[in-house]
Design a protein around this ligand. Structure first.
Ligand code: ZN
Length: 197
């Protein structure tokens, strides 16, 4: 069935969803057209119409608020830029309460295995911001797996050339995982105890 295959294919593109889970989801959705399928369709339409990524930081915002609340707020510390992989990492760091500067989401990490080099990330935008917004420190809040490490190394060199002090989150984050797995207290401590990259 082409339609079911297409649905499975779409779902399997989502993070953390393998082919088999995608297939189970697809079958569950079509089995009850008036249940989750209808709700999901409405939610997708609403999200597509109202939710955006901020053109400046790459974080989540609404269509009528770009740049986002965090980029346009007057009471954030302007000198410091925290660089994360995904928009949801910003929400997580905000929840930890341990950081008051600005953010930049790369929307990924350097991943030679998936054919993703620096060009696939929001690095051009990052450099433009660094030059225009006068940051003096960058905090790399990236995952601690091999790809995260490679991305951090690449960015540290690039940003140091721009004259920034570059630091990384202190240890205490589980090795090999993204910052998404740390609890707010651990994360706040890791930001406060950041170390020179
Ligand atoms: Zn923003």
């Amino acid at each position: 069935m082409a339609a079911l295959d297409r649905l499975t294919e779409c779902l399997s593109k989502l993070p953390g969803i393998g082919r088999r889970s995608a297939e189970r989801m697809a079958v569950r959705l079509v089995a009850e057209p008036d249940g989750v399928l209808r709700e999901l369709r409405a939610a997708l339409d609403e999200a597509a119409a109202t939710v955006r990524c901020c053109a400046r930081c790459g974080g989540i915002t609404t269509a009528d608020r770009d740049p986002c609340r965090l980029c346009s707020s007057g009471d954030r510390a302007d000198g410091t830029l925290c660089i994360v992989e995904q928009p949801n990492d910003i929400l997580l760091i905000e929840r930890s309460g341990g950081y008051r500067g600005r953010y930049h989401a790369l929307h990924g990490k350097i991943s030679p295995g998936r054919g993703e080099g620096p060009d696939a990330l929001r690095i051009e935008t990052l450099l433009r911001r660094v030059r225009a917004e006068g940051f003096t420190e960058a905090i790399l809040a990236l995952s601690t797996d091999m790809e995260g490490e490679a991305t951090a190394g690449y960015l540290a060199e690039l940003l140091r050339k721009e004259g920034l002090r570059v630091s990384r989150l202190a240890h205490g984050l589980p090795a090999g995982s993204g910052i998404v797995y740390s609890d707010p207290v651990t994360l706040a401590r890791a930001i406060q105890g950041r170390v020179e990259a």
